[in-house]
Write a protein that binds this ligand. Structure first.
Ligand SMILES: [Fe+2]
Ligand SMILES: [Fe+2]
Length: 343
């Protein structure tokens, strides 16, 4: 029994406090001491907290005892941190929380170099997907969505012309927004209504993440200039809010708009591929992040990367037109199977 517990027990007996109080106090002390082994700042907090709760006990002996404990614990803590720092290779990393990533290797035994995605997030793109599918606009909302996307394409064509690398990078900063907004709103809806989402939250967030990986890949190939970064800030501010409002007002229109945006993305990447094949754009080696994410061969090139990204866009097209169709049938998304893992 440590000195705090002993004093607490004596006080309880003298003042007629219940046994439960004693157990409770000592549990606090015990948990505080457990913390002090690892973090001195917690120790100071726990000691001061302990003293506030036991204001009647304040002797010099106690102060000396606490000081001795503090020094001992500080020494053990610094030793522990030193060992942790050596293991982690950085003094800024603390093992206090017990959070660490196990060593992960590729199938060939080499160390997995990415923290932003894991081997189980990777996949081989389905290149057999039909790229020519098109949703013919029939209803009024379909036509609104189709015309809106065609209108949005005009300034994009004027600004980027045939600079497809730059165009793809900039458009991916926008393309990753709808999935996140849709997923977030479905998440909140699930909380509000105490209902399952049928997997659609995850499906839409997967789409957002996949689009973001397109961006992480493109940014390895094209380095944005300062005014392009400024444009992204402006466009994101406008587009996020506009899509957020649109999704609340009409999710079927929102998904239809995204479906048509994806059709345009397929068209843009097809033009990109044409320029690579003609030699207008150099077919450089694929970035390492792309090789791991899409499980490409080590000698993969930009052409391979654009080909798999285009296949992803075709999947997004299908998912969003499908989601819009579900709404057009007067149903909720959760009533239809969510296309989880559909890349
Ligand atoms: Fe994309
Ligand atoms: Fe997409």
């Amino acid at each position: 029994m440590n000195p705090y517990m002993a004093r607490s027990l004596m006080r309880s007996l003298l003042h007629g406090q219940s046994c439960n109080r004693y157990i409770s106090s000592s549990a606090i002390v015990r948990s505080a001491e457990t913390l002090t082994v690892r973090h001195p700042s917690c120790y100071f907090f726990s000691v001061s907290h302990f003293r506030r709760s036991l204001s009647s006990v304040s002797s010099e002996a106690e102060t000396a005892l606490a000081e001795k404990d503090r020094k001992e614990n500080s020494v053990s803590d610094s030793k522990e941190r030193e060992i942790g720092a050596k293991e982690a290779g950085s003094v800024s990393v603390s093992s206090y929380w017990g959070v660490s990533r196990p060593k992960i290797t590729r199938e060939d035994g080499t160390v997995w170099p990415w923290n932003c995605f894991m081997p189980w997030d990777t996949y081989g793109a389905d290149l057999t997907i039909d790229l020519s599918k098109h949703h013919v606009p029939k209803t009024f909302l379909d036509k609104v969505a189709f015309r809106t996307v065609k209108l949005l394409r005009i300034p994009t064509d004027v600004f980027f012309q045939r600079r497809y690398g730059c165009r793809a990078m900039m458009l991916e900063t926008v393309a990753a927004v709808p999935g996140m907004v849709g997923g977030m709103l479905l998440h909140l809806r699930s909380l509000r209504k105490f209902q399952q989402s049928g997997g659609w939250i995850k499906a839409l967030l997967e789409e957002a993440e996949n689009e973001r990986m397109h961006l992480m890949t493109m940014v390895e190939l094209v380095h944005p200039k300062w005014y392009e970064r400024l444009l992204v800030l402006t466009v994101q501010g406008v587009f996020f809010n506009a899509f957020f409002v649109l999704y609340i007002l009409s999710p079927k229109l929102a998904h239809r708009v995204v479906g048509y945006l994806e059709e345009e993305a397929i068209h843009s990447y097809t033009e990109y591929l044409k320029d690579i094949e003609s030699g207008a754009i150099e077919n450089v080696p694929a970035p390492a992040i792309a090789i791991d994410y899409w499980r490409l061969s080590k000698d993969a090139t930009l052409k391979d990367v654009v080909t798999v990204i285009r296949a992803d866009e075709a999947h997004h097209r299908d998912v969003n037109h499908f989601a819009s169709d579900i709404h057009f049938q007067g149903k909720e998304l959760k009533e239809a199977p969510a296309p989880l893992g559909y890349h």
